[in-house]
Design a protein around this ligand. Structure first.
Ligand code: AMP
Ligand code: TRP
Length: 354
């Protein structure tokens, strides 16, 4: 065999409210990938305790991410939707990866530096090891493709480094069991047990920016609620936030070139394009020469038309959580069965007795 079977995996943390950045950077892509791939989508609750240990309403936060997946159109029968803590093999493989990865690799992660802030010594050990668990999430299914927003690129590079080092360090164990696959990484032939994961980041909105400042990422942790559109916002809130979104005084250009140096305009055009499933160039061909007073109302209409059916379905699912709970339970069982096959091979490759 010369190729790993294509399998999509991604995860979203159950912290705070989902926003338009999460939807366009991740969930909308998850939905689109279902047609062509086998997919596993995970609510990564183990990751959520790395930055903040105690979450008073964690169970409902977990459910609401699963509800967002389902409401957006993910099919939990054809694919797998579950929460990470239901599959202990993630944490078990993460431990192995903690021993494969080097402390220096973790120290270089920009997300760790941002989240730990000035007082690094006081950050949790889990926050430092976060990317190791993320690599385990993906590789415990030997998944090959990972749709994420641009901010996760560095973590996926690290997942490749971990996979590569595991493949090389355990080359002998992998060969003995006849479990590897011959691949080439760059020019080099490698007999690999774990695939080199491919990030799926492209699209018109890989990085959705704050509505108040086009140079800052739209984020759950921004103190200003006007900076983001939440998936649970009602129509009035969406309309108000887009009308108040920061722009410059010029109208829209007709060519992509004209968005250079105009981060707010670029962001709004990217959002429109991603919502419409078109490219930014196509949107500029439509709106070039128009003022924001024309473009913003069109963006409000498109945002509401796209998001309100999702919001109302999420609300319906959250009203009676038995359906969501059943989906997560069944997804967890299916995921566990698959992860255990890989973990058994990993235990053999390393040489643990079982
Ligand atoms: P998180 O909520 O941090 O677990 O992120 C879930 C997914 O949303 C990840 O794939 C992120 O890369 C993506 N994401 C988060 N914020 C943004 C943003 N502002 N623009 C695009 N994607 C984002
Ligand atoms: N770190 C990702 C984020 O904050 C969430 C995540 C955890 C993830 N494990 C993953 C994403 C595995 C993709 C694949 O957005």
């Amino acid at each position: 065999m010369s190729e790993f079977k294509r399998l999509v995996f991604s995860g979203v943390q159950p912290t705070g409210n989902l926003h338009l950045g999460n939807y366009l950077g991740a969930i909308k892509k998850f939905v689109a990938l279902q047609a062509e791939s086998d997919c596993i989508y995970c609510v990564v609750d183990l990751h959520s305790i790395t930055a903040q240990l105690v979450h008073p309403d964690l169970k409902n936060q977990i459910r609401s991410i699963a509800a967002a997946f389902i409401a957006s159109g993910i099919d939990p029968e054809k694919h797998i939707v579950f929460n990470q803590s239901a599959v202990p093999q993630h944490a078990e493989l993460a431990w192995v990866f903690n021993c494969v990865a080097r402390i220096g690799w973790m120290n270089r992660m920009t997300q760790f530096k941002d989240k730990a802030g000035k007082d690094r010594e006081n950050a949790s050990l889990g926050l430092l090891a976060y990317p190791s668990l993320m690599a385990a999430d993906i590789l415990v299914y030997r998944a090959t493709h990972v749709p994420v927003g641009d901010d996760q690129k560095q973590h996926l590079e690290l997942a490749r480094d971990i996979a590569m080092k595991f493949n090389l360090d355990f080359a002998e164990g992998i060969r003995q069991g006849g479990r590897g696959i011959d691949i080439t990484v760059g020019e080099e032939p490698v007999h690999a047990y774990f695939p080199m994961v491919e990030p799926l980041i492209d699209g018109p909105a890989p990085r959705v920016m704050s509505l108040r400042d086009g140079t800052k990422k739209m984020s759950k942790s921004d103190p200003s609620d006007l900076s983001r559109i939440n998936l649970m916002d009602d129509e009035d809130a969406i309309s108000k936030k887009i009308r108040k979104a920061k722009t410059d005084p010029d109208g829209l250009p007709s060519e992509l070139e004209g968005l250079k140096g105009r981060p707010e305009a670029d962001n709004l055009v990217g959002i429109y394009a991603a919502l419409a499933g078109k490219s930014k160039a196509e949107i500029l061909a439509e709106f070039g020469g128009q003022q924001f007073s024309v473009f913003k109302p069109a963006l409000v209409d498109l945002s509401i038309a796209t998001l309100s059916p999702i919001t109302s379905e999420m609300r319906r699912l959250m009203d009676d959580t038995t359906h969501i709970d059943a989906i997560l339970k069944k997804g967890g069982e299916r995921a566990r069965a698959r992860a255990e096959v890989v973990m058994n091979e990993v235990r053999d490759i390393i040489g643990f007795l079982r």
